[in-house]
Ligand binder design. Structure first.
Ligand code: FE2
Length: 141
């Protein structure tokens, strides 16, 4: 099974955010494994609940980082998070109701795994750079 690997290409440089992203990658891999190896409804549900709860927690923390530094892109970034939370919720319901079909597993990859990688590269790396610039002595006003 092809796993999501946290590497330098998704490193933001913000310790808390990077740690939480690593946990998210692990949670997504765990879910994919539970789906592909047909581990049964209990493990699938547990894995989905963990991913769902951890996503909510991670976004809450990341948004708090943004609010603390008055991040200018906050409203747009928050909207991306909200949409993703809805996607996770929706896929969770479908997986539990219908079981892990090939089609649903592909959606987990594209709408959750691939989305996260793209989101980090396109948004979170910029956020971390902004935070860094705000907190460094030369960047403060
Ligand atoms: Fe984000």
């Amino acid at each position: 099974m092809e796993e999501y690997v946290w590497d330098e290409s998704v490193r933001t440089g913000h310790d808390m955010i990077d740690e939480q992203h690593k946990q998210l990658f692990a949670a997504i891999n765990h879910l994919l494994k539970a789906c592909q190896e047909n581990k049964g409804k209990d493990e699938l549900t547990q894995s989905l609940n963990f991913l769902n709860d951890y996503t909510i927690r991670h976004f809450f923390d990341e948004e708090q980082v943004q609010r603390k530094c008055n991040y200018p892109d906050y409203p747009r970034h928050k909207k991306l998070h909200d949409d993703f939370k809805a996607t996770v919720r929706d896929l969770k319901v479908q997986l539990i109701m219908k079981g892990p079909s090939e089609a649903l597993i592909n959606e987990v990859r594209s709408k959750i795994g691939d989305w996260l990688v793209t989101h980090i590269k396109g948004n979170d790396i910029k956020l971390a750079a902004y935070v860094e610039q705000q907190s460094s002595p030369s960047g403060s006003r």
